[in-house]
Design a protein around this ligand. Structure first.
Ligand SMILES: Nc1ncnc2c1ncn2[C@@H]1O[C@H](COP(=O)(O)OP(=O)(O)OP(=O)(O)O)[C@@H](O)[C@H]1O
Length: 725
């Protein structure tokens, strides 16, 4: 390669080669030290190795933010760094004439979006997509940005408007402890893991003051209410009431100290998040008064008691399953019924007996459920109540923080979205999450390519993009029409036919045969299919997929809850005015099933529409190690996150374009040795252009010369030298 670069054959003089080698050493030695490079696109060449080395060097030097073109990479410090988020620093970024010239920071992104809204350049509205794996720092980042906006989006000259913004900001910030208490849980990866996605829209008026906000949530992991993975916990709120209730409340909610609850694993663990008082206070500020709070906590205690209700096998299909005869189970149905405002016998019957309508005259038959069915109905009841309660809380929060439509004109959206997931066992939850990430990745790549193209145009470079990994085939596989994984899952739900995991696998394989992003793990111990996502292959188990997609709620359960005497449940489950509409339709009258996948797809499309109408900004949060340790940088773990958040893809795209960017001055400094070795013989239109590089634009742009890695042997040679290979 060096021979190609200097243009001499194998007989070139040894001295020339030596000189070039020395020159290259000087060139590499002269590189700014990696930790000082505040933009990964300035790393030369842009490769995974150099990018990793740069991030590691910066992390070890306590530099947690680095630009990567149009993305900000945020490394989790895993330690308090108060000076990094101080009001003084916020003011500094806000006051800077060119914030992008300051050190990379989330406040640069915050300020940029804030200025863009003001600049009235289309599209005016802005969005920030904060992504990363669990525990990477998304929630932290979103919180800090909210504080930043609360500071800058208030007029310093008007005390009155400052107060309004502060009040709104306070309410918006108060929504955090509530959402976290009800939507976060301690998992293996994060003590305070958000188990839902959220999009916060910060609403600004013509004077750029924050007048309100709106929250949209996605895909709450409601199964956690009734089923917690080993070493994980239920939602924080259950522990808060269990540990923080006053003596009188313990009596009222039937939560004596030390009582054991199946759905409350690891109550002995003390977490910062078990702060009941903070939640109560925040609820009060958002208008949820003490009696309503009491009502909510009582219902939650009712769910805990429901979890202690267990069934034994009746041994006779015609007989309902008896309750398990042990101390924990005894009395649990009665207590649960009491706390949920339900008649005990009705609750027990609904859990154990299924009603079926059949025949022309829709005769009602009653069939005892199997033990497994009883468990499923119990869990379903709890999930139903909890999910409705969560949605209701979000609507209360929204009504408290949302501005009237005429009081805001523009917005900045903050999307805190779960990152790409791949576990040994993946199911519908992971499919939905990874589907969302594919969508966002496509949006990101389109935006990134556009940004690159604009930059090249400014530099006067004629360039058309070489092919990059477009993830449309993967999206077609997941959501496309007429046939895709989603459509097949939905069809199975609609047909409502018994189908085993193996049959579903065969059906997916035969209907989608030949699709490039569909794979198969022949060593898989269970029926499954593999999707080759942009971030890597993920094997999804087909067992239980259709049931999860149906997310069936037996009609009797909803009816039961509609009859509750509890004021909160009356709000969550209003009586159906048309009793008839509750009848389960049969045959051709059956309405199209609204599956989990179709609901998720609809909400995702809505979100994408909003994002498309805004100028997007991206913050990729990275967890330097999975033990939450200070100053530990695990290269392998970081690499897989860079892959999962699409940065590797960006690096590849960048490498497919012009991976090496050098300013005019640096270019001359660096490459003058080539002139010593081979004076230019064929000057281009703008003067000599060394060794295959494209000629410099006439305009005094930022870049003197950009090398396409495909076209430039010199670039390749330098890349390899830089990598030390
Ligand atoms: N910038 C930061 N400075 C200090 N500590 C941080 C920072 N970012 C994150 N952390 C620490 O990391 C923990 C995990 O962060 P966070 O809860 O924001 O992760 P997440 O990406 O939202 O995770 P999940 O997806 O599970 O909700 C925080 O509780 C905090 O202790």
């Amino acid at each position: 390669m060096l021979q190609q670069a200097d243009g001499h054959g194998s007989g070139s003089d040894a001295h020339g080669g030596e000189a070039l080698r020395e020159g290259l050493q000087e060139f590499l030695g002269g590189e700014a030290s990696l930790q000082q490079l505040d933009d990964l696109t300035k790393v030369n060449p842009v490769t995974l190795e150099t990018v990793l080395r740069c991030l590691q060097a910066r992390y070890m030097a306590d530099t947690f933010y680095t630009n990567a073109g149009c993305t900000l990479v945020a490394l989790n410090p895993f330690k308090p760094v108060p000076q990094l988020y101080s009001p003084e620093l916020m003011r500094e970024y806000h006051a800077a004439s060119q914030p992008q010239t300051l050190k990379p920071h989330i406040f640069t992104v915050g300020e940029q979006t804030y200025r863009n809204v003001r600049s009235l350049i289309e599209p005016v509205n802005q969005s920030i997509v904060v992504s990363g794996e669990s525990g990477a720092g998304k929630t932290w980042t979103s919180r800090c940005l909210m504080k930043f906006y609360a500071m800058v989006a208030a007029s310093p000259t008007s005390w009155e408007s400052h107060k309004v913004a502060e009040r709104i900001e306070q309410r918006i910030l108060n929504s955090n402890p509530i959402m976290e208490a009800f939507g976060n849980a301690c998992t293996l990866r994060n003590n305070n893991s958000s188990r839902f996605g959220k999009f916060i829209q910060l609403q600004l008026n013509g004077a750029q003051q924050m007048t309100g906000a709106a929250v949209q949530t996605y895909l709450l992991e409601k199964t956690r209410v009734a089923c917690q993975a080993p070493s994980e916990r239920n939602f924080h709120i259950f522990y808060q009431i269990y540990k923080g209730a006053r003596a009188d409340e313990r009596v009222q909610w039937r939560l004596p100290e030390g009582a054991a609850f199946s759905w409350l694993p690891h109550p002995e663990r003390t977490l910062e998040e078990d702060c009941f008082e903070v939640t109560r206070e925040a609820m009060l500020h958002l208008g949820i008064d003490a009696p309503t709070q009491n009502n909510i906590f009582q219902a939650l205690a009712g769910l805990l008691h429901l979890g202690n209700t267990r069934f034994a096998d009746s041994g006779n299909e015609a007989q309902p399953c008896p309750l398990v005869d042990d101390a924990q189970c005894q009395g649990s149905v009665g207590t649960s019924a009491l706390l949920l405002g339900l008649p005990e016998d009705h609750l027990l019957e609904t859990l154990r007996i299924r009603t079926i309508r059949a025949g022309r005259d829709q005769q009602v038959f009653r069939k005892p459920c199997s033990q497994a069915e009883c468990d499923t109905r119990r869990d379903c009841l709890a999930k139903l109540v909890y999910a409705r309660l969560f949605d209701w809380l979000v609507s209360v929060i929204n009504s408290s923080i949302c501005a009237t439509p005429d009081s805001w004109t523009t917005f900045i959206g903050l999307l805190d979205v779960y990152g790409f997931e791949s576990f040994p066992n993946n199911s519908l939850e992971q499919l939905c999450i990874n589907y969302a990430n594919e969508k966002l990745q496509q949006h990101f790549v389109a935006h990134y390519l556009r940004a690159q193209q604009e930059e090249y145009a400014v530099e006067g470079l004629a360039w058309s993009f070489v092919s990059y990994q477009d993830n449309q085939p993967c999206l077609d596989l997941i959501e496309g029409s007429p046939v895709s994984i989603c459509s097949l899952l939905n069809e199975e739900c609609r047909l409502n036919r018994p189908s085993s995991a193996a049959q579903l696998q065969t059906r997916i394989e035969s209907a989608l045969t030949g699709r490039p992003r569909l794979g198969r793990d022949r060593l898989s111990p269970e029926p499954s299919f593999t999707v080759l996502h942009y971030a890597g292959p993920v094997r999804y188990s087909t067992a239980g997929l259709v049931e999860k997609n149906k997310d069936p709620v037996p009609l009797e359960l909803t009816r039961l809850l509609q009859q509750s005497q509890d004021p909160l449940l009356k709000v969550l489950f209003p009586a159906d005015p048309e009793e008839k509409s509750q009848e389960e339709p049969s045959g051709q009258n059956r309405a199209p099933v609204l599956t989990v996948v179709s609901k998720f797809k609809a909400s995702l499309e809505q979100l994408l529409q909003v994002l498309h109408s805004t100028t997007p900004h991206y913050i990729r949060c990275i967890k330097p190690n999975s033990q939450a340790q200070v100053q530990i940088f695990h290269r392998e773990e970081v690499l897989s996150q860079l892959e999962a958040c699409g940065l590797v893809e960006t690096i590849h795209i960048s490498a497919a374009g012009f991976p090496i960017r050098v300013s005019h001055r640096n270019f001359l400094e660096r490459y003058k040795l080539l002139r010593r070795l081979r004076p230019a013989t064929t000057p281009g239109p703008h003067g000599p252009c060394p060794a295959g590089g494209q000629s410099a634009p006439r305009a005094p742009g930022r870049l003197c010369c950009c090398f396409s890695s495909a076209a430039s042997p010199l670039a390749t040679a330098v890349s390899r030298e830089a990598l030390g290979s």
